[in-house]
Design a protein around this ligand. Structure first.
Ligand SMILES: [Zn+2]
Length: 81
């Protein structure tokens, strides 16, 4: 159901949001990769930076962004453009 307000903003991927040495800081998708899972649909290249409900920064590939927007976890990129 569309129209619910998402919890978090999303931002174009920016290494500056992520801790040096983390998966996200390497430009890869930490959303699918943070716990070592291998996700076939994951393109591994981070396109988005976002914070979870605890305020931790994650990076996400295009597939992660689609999933999160559908679940209402983050706003789509480019809102208001
Ligand atoms: Zn991914």
């Amino acid at each position: 159901m569309l129209g619910t307000r998402a919890e978090n903003q999303s931002y174009p991927y920016d290494v500056g949001h992520h801790e040096p040495g983390s998966v996200a800081a390497t430009g890869r998708c930490s959303w699918h990769g943070w716990d070592g899972r291998t996700v076939e649909s994951c393109s591994t290249e981070a396109v988005v930076s976002f914070q979870d409900r605890q305020g931790h920064w994650h990076s996400g590939c295009a597939e992660a962004l689609t999933e999160l927007v559908e679940r209402g976890e983050v706003e789509p990129l480019g809102q208001g453009a």
